[in-house]
Design a protein around this ligand. Sequence first.
Ligand code: F6P
Length: 364
Amino acid sequence: MKRVLVLTGGGDCPGLNAVIRAIVHRASQEKDWEVIGSIQAFDGVLKEPTEIMVLDEKAVQDIHALGGTIIGTTNKGGPFAWPIKNKDGSWGEVDRSDEMIRKLQYMGIDAVISIGGDGSQRISQALFEKGMNVIGVPKTIDNDLSSTDFTFGYQTAVQIATEAVDKLKTTAMSHNRVLVLEVMGRYAGWIALCAAIAGGADVCLIPEIPYDIDKVMEKIESRYHKDKGYALIVVAEGAKNINGELVTKKSDEVGYENLRLGGVASRLVADLKEAGCPYDMRETILGHLQRGGSPIAYDRILATQFGVKAMELVLEEDFGKMVAYRHPDIIAVPFTEAIAKYNFVEKDSALVQTGRGVGICFGD
Ligand code: F6P
């Protein structure tokens, strides 16, 4: 029997289970392959005792509609930076990648499919360079990977953010308030931009277009002086003002190396107050609601396409690649290309032009 190990790494995202199910279904069409899941990314393999599970058709029955991941995930540590406690109580890290590769050989693993964001793809590339047979599957609600037209999970997050804008609109109207919605996306403004267009927001602030608070004020004033008497602002967590300041949170979680973004909505409200905004203002941080729950149909389909393609690459022994969507095809790109550059919103892109065309102010 040949074995493929499947794992999900990084922040979760709607559609992960649909990928897992697709891999299992495609593998089960071959007589000699079985699928093993590693619990919480590579941690399942590295832990003693090992935490793995057999993924057969029964284990993945109907999971395509479920949010989260049935095999768990983590965005801390990993085989190259495994956290260890030093004698003085502080935390350090060790490289356990060679030990892990030996353990995978011992477990009879022939190939690995790693489903994850940019951090996971970088780990996959490094493991591939060490001789491991790896295939990558891109996931992130942020849609910030450049080699694929879309990542699954992103459209679901846009849908959730749009529904939030719709809901905020009725309460903003009732109270004649300025309501600010903060959405995720890290350094990319895709979720904010699309939710602002789909939800009919007045202002959209994204990392790619630093905002001038006076321009935002002008737009709010025009909304109050015309007819509506309320305003809706969608702000991406990575948005910066013209002085280039990111709003971040401290994290003391062991092994967590990402910069934690969050709180820009509160700062925006404070800045608007300081700039003389006379209207009542409230902020909402949508947070992890954007990553939870069932994937919409689009993401289930894309995730299923990625899972089938990933397993086919394993069967073809075409390793060192990440599956990607380039309309209308599902292709394979080398990891080196996949991680070379991020996918940011272009200031002059068609979507931004559309936003401007319907009167959205980007703060510039
Ligand atoms: O990358 C996905 C994402 O949801 C970002 O949009 C957000 O900044 C981050 O993950 C939050 O991560 P965590 O799960 O560590 O809170």
